[in-house]
Design a protein. Structure first.
Length: 332
């Protein structure tokens, strides 16, 4: 039985129908282990892990009206990163610069009420209450690789809808060429804002065609749950073919413009963090190679497996044509 919810627009199934967060993750893992012939041990621990999963975290989204995504490239079969890693190893400098800081400090972030203003070169500027933004289009789950510029990566099941759905609603004017994402900068709740490490607010931007690409996800949840604060609640972007810093968290304003916006990391070190920042194993960061990556959860140290970094993070078929003829070394 499905129960309609009026608080956040999602339809909540009764608890007996909820697929536990780690169940599908374990199922995938099981499939992988079956392929390698070591499924027995996994089966033995599966039941107890499912029981554990039922008892943790109350923020379930329930059945997603849009369900599985039909967008090409929206699902990788690679092992999904453990929720614990994805929610405790974060970059969110407004809450500190250590990977563990956001999970420790972001509880102060107030995500309700939350308004996202959409303005600039559009026919229909609007201010959306977060509840209305969530309901604007059917939510989908997308399992994307996330590659951080620092050399680590994760595989995360995000929940949201294509940014293109929102863009269609506000009707960009003919001269709109870029979309700027401005995020919350609140001294009272974000201890990191007091440091000068970046010029606040954290701003990111895409070319309009990049923002319109079906893979660009306006994201409200992960692992079938609402986003934890440290992952960018209540709304963030996920741009899977670009380095993670392009995926702005806790967005409060989306502005359409005719000029390439000044973005936070580019302003802080233009020679290190380009506007495009497409994942590219052939273009090194000035201080390190980008040819390989460490998958969080694989273990650390000498024995950690290195994964080859893929062109456009593996999404070349979906996004490569947007950069046809461009010098990707120059436009890094
Ligand atoms: N958004 C804001 N507002 N502030 C940040 O510091 N860090 C970026 C990006 N979005 C950041 C942000 C970086 S560097 C990365 S790698 C990703 O968020 C990390 O997302 P995750 O913690 O959900 O994996």
């Amino acid at each position: 039985m499905l129960i309609k919810s009026h608080d956040n627009g999602f339809i909540h199934p009764v608890s007996s129908e909820i697929t536990p967060i780690s169940a599908y993750q374990n199922r995938r893992e099981l499939l992988r282990l079956m392929a390698t012939g070591v499924a027995g041990a996994a089966l033995a621990t599966w039941a107890s892990r499912e029981a554990f999963a039922q008892t943790v975290r109350p923020n379930k989204l329930g059945a997603l009206p849009g369900g599985k995504s039909a967008v090409a490239g929206a699902a990788t079969m690679e092992k999904v990163t453990d929720y614990k890693d994805a929610s405790t190893y974060n970059n969110y400098y407004e809450f500190g610069t250590d990977k563990s800081d956001p999970a420790e400090n972001a509880h102060t972030l107030k995500t309700k009420p939350w308004v996202v203003e959409v303005d600039g070169l559009v026919k229909k500027p609007a201010k959306y209450q977060i509840e209305d933004l969530i309901k604007l289009s059917a939510q989908e789950e997308r399992i994307y690789r996330m590659r951080c510029v620092e050399g680590w990566s994760m595989v995360i099941p995000w929940v949201g809808y294509s940014m293109a759905k929102l863009i269609e609603k506000v009707e960009p004017l003919g001269n709109a060429k870029y979309v700027e994402f401005i995020t919350l900068a609140d001294k009272a709740t974000m201890p990191g804002i007091n440091s000068r490490v970046l010029d606040w607010p954290y701003v990111e931007a895409l070319r309009l065609d990049e923002a319109m690409n079906p893979l660009t996800l306006l994201t409200f949840g992960m692992y079938g749950e609402v986003l934890p604060n440290q992952n960018g609640a209540p709304v963030r972007l996920v741009v899977p073919w670009k380095y993670g810093f392009k995926s702005a968290k806790s967005i409060v304003r989306i502005r359409f413009t005719d000029r390439e916006p000044k973005t936070a990391w580019n302003k802080s070190a233009a020679n290190e963090y380009g506007f495009y920042s497409n994942v590219n194993p052939n273009v090194d960061h000035p201080r390190w190679s980008q040819a390989t990556e460490r998958r969080i959860g694989d273990g650390a140290g000498l024995f950690a497996k290195k994964h080859k970094t893929l062109m456009f993070n593996g999404y070349e078929a979906q996004v490569g044509q947007m950069y046809a003829g461009m010098d990707l070394k120059k436009n890094f």
